[in-house]
Design a protein around this ligand. Sequence first.
Ligand SMILES: *Cc1c(COP(=O)(O)O)cnc(C)c1O
Length: 392
Amino acid sequence: MSDNLDPISQAIRIQTPRTPQGEHSTPLYLTSSFCFDDADAMRAAFAEESDDNIYSRFSNPTVDEFTKKMVMLEGADAGFSTASGMSAVVGSIMALLKNGDHMIVSSSIFGNTNTFVKKYMPNFGITYTMVQAGDESAWEAAVQPNTKMVYLETPTNPQVEVLDLEWIGQFSKKHNLILSVDNCFATPLLQKPIDFGADLVIHSATKWIDGQGRVLGGVVVGRADLIREIYLFCRVTGPTLSAFNAWVLSKSLETLDVRMERHCANALKVAETLESHPQVASVRYPFLPSHPQYAIAKKQMKAGGGVFCFEIKGGVEAGRKFLNALQMLSVTANLGDTRSICSHPASTTHSKLTDDERAAVGITPGLIRVSTGLEKVEDIIADILQALEKSL
Ligand SMILES: *Cc1c(COP(=O)(O)O)cnc(C)c1O
């Protein structure tokens, strides 16, 4: 039924078959294993590594429903859902790379991904070269005979830097490399990396996909042959998404379109307002013409996303005062929530680093990151303006 519907409608209507109870909402299959009619059926299921439901570490109908929606939204062939975004990142790298392989990694990646690449991949004999986003000659120079994969995020955290997916797609194809894109900040509704040649697309479903700060989850979708390897690795190692979280995430996808529309509209409005504020040195938002990669953002994204950042004048001290003066906006580590969230990395998450170390990862002293929620935009702006006043 749902195959000929628009993807937005499919995200609402795809579901596992109704049970004999006739429930309207999608059922939740909270079970660790599944029964077989007889010994022969069970033997066959195991012998063929079939797609039959056997055990919920391998597959579960509620998890499959969520995965199916994500595969559809990204325009992929197949997918596998995981317990968190990080298990999708780690599972996809460990399943596809081996001792002796090399990877090209964008230097602006999520903190824990960065730690995994630098601290743990070398333990398994997987080497890497980190390259700056726009430096095309550095990307070319990074290619080695044993390079297998290109890994990146766009827009990046926290500077919302935008990488040119079209160029990187062609680059990866030319060198026959697996292109893996963490699409967490954009969601499939704003950007579809597969259209630009990505082989794998990764999400932390914890962020905009859930969108309400309730559950952790992750998913990787893409080429069927690669997903098959990731599935076989994950069913043995066990970073599977829980059925309960999958149920929450599948319901969340029913509202992703309307939520993202408002998140993006609010973010643009707040970013525009701050751009002319005397206490704000600069604002970074992909859909502001002042953004260094504005043209690329316009080419590959439908809207600018819910995250923007700005530089408060007065450095670390002003940033700290600003955070303390907020009344409605939350001070928390998450992003992608109905509730607006502010963070000031220099006085919180990255306070132990030196100025130089922070600068190397794009964190300036007055950098404030805002994840724009769904509150009335006037209330978001009012809270930020009153906090700016108190941070003088
Ligand atoms: C949060 C995040 C992750 C990790 O996801 P978890 O669900 O927290 O494990 C990976 N990539 C990006 C861009 C993120 O923001």
